[in-house]
Structure formats: C-alpha cells, structure tokens
Design a protein. Structure first.
Length: 99
C-alpha cells in the first residue's frame, strides 16, 4: 500500500463529518492531491446515501457522493459544469475538514 493511501482520512471519519455539516459551513477538501477551499451549498441525505454540493471560491461547484453498500463506499468528487449540464469526475475524496 502506498504512503499516500495510508494517510488518507478514513471513510468513516469523512461520513461523520458529513453528518454534522450544515449549509454554508466552510470546508477544506483534498482530492487528487489538491486542497480546495469551499462551502456547503446543498446537502441531500438518505439512510444509504450522502450527496454534498459545494461551492468553491472560484465559482465552481463540486459534488461529493458516497453510498452504503455493506459499508460506506469511498466518496467520489465530481466538478459540475451547470451551463453545459456536464460533470467531470475528479476522483476519490482524500480528506474533508472544517475550514
């Protein structure tokens, strides 16, 4: 297992962070080795899925999603392009923390 993989925040900790979030909370997320400052724009929670819509300070939107499948899956991050109604996969969420 690579050093980078060992340092990834455990998925259970990320999900605990999701549970405690509110709209407009400031966050720092790390994906693909890049740390991004953002805030929570929208939260969609069900028993088996979490979807967060985050607004960045560069006026981009990111979507983080995880779901339960005999355990929480690694959260995936997509960049949303609302004008073109496209999404660009960025990869797995590496870390999330309050800013």
């Amino acid at each position: 297992m690579s050093d980078a993989r060992r340092r990834q925040q455990p998925v259970s900790e990320m999900v605990d962070t999701f549970v405690n979030l509110s709209v407009d909370d400031a966050l720092q997320i790390t994906v693909c080795g890049v740390t991004i400052e953002c805030h929570v724009h929208h939260i969609d929670r069900t028993d088996s899925r979490f979807t967060l819509l985050l607004a960045t300070f560069a006026d981009d939107y990111l979507r983080i999603e995880t779901q339960w499948a005999d355990g929480w899956l690694n959260p995936q991050v997509d960049r949303l392009k609302p004008v073109a109604e496209e999404r660009q996969p960025l990869g797995e969420l590496y870390a999330i923390r309050p800013a």
